[in-house]
Design a protein around this ligand. Structure first.
Ligand code: FES
Length: 245
C-alpha cells in the first residue's frame, strides 16, 4: 500500500509562492510522517528540505503543519491519516527559509528575555551541600520544564500571528518554570518583561497553545497563573507605601 504526501515546496526569492508537490510513499504501520519525508528525500527527490534530529519527540526540530494542524512529524504516523492524502506544510507564523524549514530567529531572541535560568541572591550566604526540594516543590514547576522548544504553540497561537512582538506561549511557560522553582529568586527580574504589553496581557486565552503541545506543558495555564500573580502584586504595590516597596 502507498499513501500520498502533498508537500509544500518553496524557495523564497526564486518561487513566487509555495506549491504542493505530490509524492507516493509506502504506507508502513510504524512509519511516522518524518519517515515518509525521509523516503521522499532518499528515494524520490533529494532537493526536499526539512529539519529533524532525534526522531523520538525530544529535540523539537521536526515540527510541521500536517493537514492543517501543528505536529511533531516524528511522533505522528502515516496510518493515522490513511487513506490520505496527507498535506505537509511548514509551521505557520514563521518565515519560510525553504520548503518545510522555517526561520526560528524570532523565537530564539525571545527565550533569553525571560531570564531562563535559576537566579540566586548574591547577598545570601551560600549554603553547603545541595539545594534539596520536596516532591511538592518539584511538582510546582516540573510541568513547565518539559518544553522541547518545538514552537508548535507559536504556530497555533492566533495572537502571535497578529502581534509578532508577543513574547509567546513557550517563553512565558519557561519563565514560570523558573518563577515557581523554590531555589529561584529571579521573579522580580522577570516581572517587567512578563507584565509588558507584549507579555501575558497580550494573551487572549484561546488555549490553542496548550491543545497542540506534545508534552502537556499547558502554556495557557502558565500565562493565566502569572496573570493572577501579576495582578496580586500590582494591588500590593498600590497598597504599600512607596518607601517600603
Ligand atoms: Fe526530534 Fe521530532 S526529530 S522531536
Amino acid at each position: 500500500d502507498e499513501i500520498t504526501l502533498e508537500v509544500a515546496r518553496y524557495r523564497p526569492g526564486v518561487d513566487t509562492e509555495p506549491v504542493l508537490q505530490s509524492y507516493q510513499v509506502p504506507l508502513r504501520e510504524h512509519w511516522a510522517i518524518l519517515d515518509g519525508l525521509t523516503y521522499v528525500k532518499d528515494q524520490l527527490d533529494g532537493t526536499l528540505s526539512f529539519r529533524w534530529s532525534c526522531r523520538m519527540g525530544i529535540c523539537g526540530s521536526c515540527g510541521m503543519t500536517v493537514n492543517g494542524e501543528p505536529q511533531l512529524t516524528c511522533a505522528t504516523f502515516l496510518t493515522d491519516y490513511a487513506p490520505g492524502p496527507i498535506r505537509v506544510e511548514p509551521l505557520r507564523n514563521f518565515p519560510v527559509l525553504r520548503d518545510l524549514v522555517v526561520d526560528i530567529d524570532d523565537f530564539m531572541t525571545k527565550l533569553p528575555k525571560v531570564t531562563p535560568w535559576l537566579v540566586r541572591d548574591v547577598h545570601s550566604p551560600v549554603e553547603e551541600g545541595e539545594y534539596l526540594q520536596t516532591p511538592e516543590e518539584l511538582d510546582e514547576y516540573k510541568q513547565f520544564s518539559m518544553c522541547i522548544n518545538c514552537m508548535l504553540c507559536y504556530s497555533a497561537c492566533p495572537v502571535y500571528s497578529l502581534e509578532p512582538d508577543f513574547l509567546g506561549p513557550a517563553a512565558i511557560a519557561l519563565a514560570q518554570r523558573y518563577n515557581l522553582d523554590s531555589r529561584d529568586e529571579g521573579a522580580d527580574e522577570r516581572r517587567a518583561v512578563l507584565s509588558s504589553p507584549e507579555g501575558i496581557w497580550a494573551c487572549t486565552f484561546v488555549g490553542e497553545c496548550s491543545a497542540v503541545c506534545p508534552k502537556g506543558v499547558d502554556p495557557a495555564g502558565a500565562i493565566q497563573r502569572y496573570k493572577l500573580t501579576a495582578a496580586t502584586q500590582s494591588i500590593k504595590d498600590l497598597l504599600m507605601p512607596r518607601s517600603k516597596r
